[in-house]
Design a protein around this ligand. Structure first.
Ligand SMILES: [Cu+2]
Length: 152
């Protein structure tokens, strides 16, 4: 009986630690998205900009994780620069209507529902420039809803 109680305790503690870790990860992601939304609301003209400009990854890292927002009709990064052989994870959230992201060269085609985080990942095995674009018709600017991944 005592053995069952102590293993039950250990399992419970592990579950609690896991929940805390998962919640922390979520709050990091959410903070980025909340601040992106605030930037847009504070200055409506920025809706036609990539509000966070260009992303350049740290060349010392094997894996890079990027938080990116999408909205009519931009991605929060106009370009994403990574280094050859890096594993790239992009967490994307829509700040308004449903959008998508496709990167044909990396066989990626993902739907992005509002209030959900879509995760895409690929390994940058090739040097070059690769377009990512929206795959869900999202209004008059849809045809120009794109950005570029630069692999150095
Ligand atoms: Cu779109």
């Amino acid at each position: 009986m005592k053995r069952y109680t102590s293993s039950f305790l250990i399992v419970s503690i592990l579950i609690i630690i896991l929940i805390i870790i998962l919640n922390n990860n979520n709050s990091i992601n959410n903070n980025t998205f909340i601040s992106d939304k605030e930037k847009l609301l504070q200055n409506p003209s920025t809706w036609n900009d990539c509000i966070n400009g260009d992303y350049i990854s740290d060349s010392n890292k094997d894996t890079v994780e990027i938080e990116m927002s999408v909205y009519q009709w931009k991605y929060s990064y106009c370009t994403i620069t990574v280094y050859k052989n890096q594993k790239v994870i992009i967490n994307i959230q829509s700040l308004d209507v449903p959008h998508g992201i496709a990167i044909e060269d990396f066989q990626i085609n993902s739907f992005i529902a509002p209030d959900n985080i879509s995760k895409i990942e690929f390994i940058a095995i090739e040097n070059g420039e690769f377009t990512y674009y929206c795959t869900v018709f999202c209004g008059e600017g849809h045809a120009f809803h794109k950005g570029i991944i630069i692999v150095k």
